[in-house]
Design a protein around this ligand. Structure first.
Ligand code: HEM
Ligand SMILES: *[C@@H]1O[C@H](CO)[C@@H](O)[C@H](O)[C@H]1NC(C)=O
Ligand SMILES: *[C@@H]1O[C@H](CO)[C@@H](O)[C@H](O)[C@H]1NC(C)=O
Length: 319
């Protein structure tokens, strides 16, 4: 039964989303791989829901830069002192690296050299979505990705749209990665969990004229310095209504002008995306399904295989 469901859900996806990747890829070579990753993610999310938010964001930041190849996990070395991890969109805000290390440790003990770090990121983002949505966002992740060896900090600025982006920049940034405008709107719902540093929004949302709601603006002014610096950059939750729940509250917040970023508010600046926001605000179950589908699609971006790439021994270093 489970297998049939998997086959059907794969058949319904865009061909691209299943390209070369397979649900149950480790069934023969490391049958417990997905369960071992799930256990580590569950433990981490129980201790700190924020680590789960970090893992969902990690999939986005991995896949949009050099494909879903775990390039985001590489630590600086003398051979490569400026990897993606040190790029402005990741440093210091991206979190969850220790959870990936723990999951990799568990699968290496069970089946050394078999499970790629890039598949672990995709499994972990899936598991975090499931756990943070109270099991409402549930999906299978096709696997078989290989890990890359190139990781360049400045690439992050080229491919990850920033929080000051307008709608056309968001749409073209996603289109460049084969993702539709609807995928972009649907995945932005991830801003219903986790946090943001004040520096990501103070300048264009509080210090300048913006459409942010007056009560939220005054709350944020209490929590954030007028000019955040590296040394003084507190964090606030993204969603002040259900901060630890991955749900469609984000879209209600967009409609109420209670979102942190210019890029979130920008979803209302064209009729087409505005309509999507209203539909997602109104129909939670439909958004949950679309979110799951878009995560699977994003997780197939620029995947390496067929002799390109490797299964890293340690997720922080190339072999
Ligand atoms: C549409 C373009 C997007 C922009 C401009 C954007 C921007 C941002 C920014 C600036 C932050 C706060 C970082 C910080 O200061 O700590 C953030 C947080 C976050 N983003 Fe996005 N994001 C986008 C799309 C996405 C997508 C596609 C996902 C995943 C599906 C995602 C998931 C998250 C999550 C879960 C957090 C909270 C992270 C945490 O608590 O550690 N974002 N995003
Ligand atoms: C990377 O970007 C920074 C800041 O924009 C710039 O100063 C630096 O020269 C860039 N490095 C390379 C190798 O392009
Ligand atoms: C959106 O932002 C880009 C980059 O900053 C800019 O070139 C473009 O003119 C802006 N588009 C609109 C419609 O404001």
């Amino acid at each position: 039964m489970a297998k049939l469901v998997i086959l059907i859900s794969c058949a319904l996806l865009l061909a691209a989303a299943c390209h070369g990747l397979q649900v149950g890829y480790y069934q023969k070579t490391c049958p417990n791989a997905e369960a071992l990753v799930h256990a580590q993610v569950k433990k981490a999310v129980r201790a700190d829901a924020g680590s789960g938010a970090g893992l969902i964001r990690m999939l986005f930041h991995d896949c949009f830069v050099e494909g879903c190849d775990a390039s985001v996990l590489l630590d600086p070395t003398s051979a490569n002192p400026q990897p993606e991890k040190l790029g402005a969109p990741n440093n210091p805000s991206l979190r969850g690296y220790e959870v990936i290390d723990a999951a990799k440790g568990a699968v290496e003990r069970a089946c050394p050299g078999v499970v790629s770090c890039s598949d672990i990121i995709a499994f972990a983002a899936r598991d975090a979505s499931y756990l943070l949505s109270d099991a409402r966002v549930s999906f299978h992740v096709p696997a078989g990705r290989l890990d890359g060896r190139r990781s360049v900090a400045n690439d992050t600025l080229l491919f990850l749209p920033g929080p000051s982006s307008n709608l056309s920049t968001l749409v073209s940034g996603f289109a460049a990665k084969g993702m539709s405008t609807e995928d972009m709107v649907v995945l932005s719902g991830a801003h219903s969990i986790g946090r943001s540093h004040c520096s990501s929004f103070v300048q264009d949302r509080l210090a300048s004229q913006s459409d942010i709601s007056v009560p939220l603006a005054s709350l944020l002014r209490q929590r954030c310095p007028a000019s955040p610096t590296t040394a003084n950059d507190p964090t606030v939750v993204q969603d002040f209504v259900t901060p630890r729940k991955l749900d469609n509250q984000f879209y209600r917040n967009v409609l109420a002008r209670r979102v942190l970023f210019t890029s979130d508010a920008a979803l209302l600046t064209a009729p087409g995306t505005g309509k999507m926001v209203r539909a997602n605000a109104k129909f939670p179950a439909s958004w949950e399904k679309k979110f799951a589908r878009a995560m699977v699609k994003m997780a197939a971006t620029g995947v390496k295989g067929n002799g390109v790439g490797e299964v890293r021994k340690n997720c922080r270093f190339v072999n």
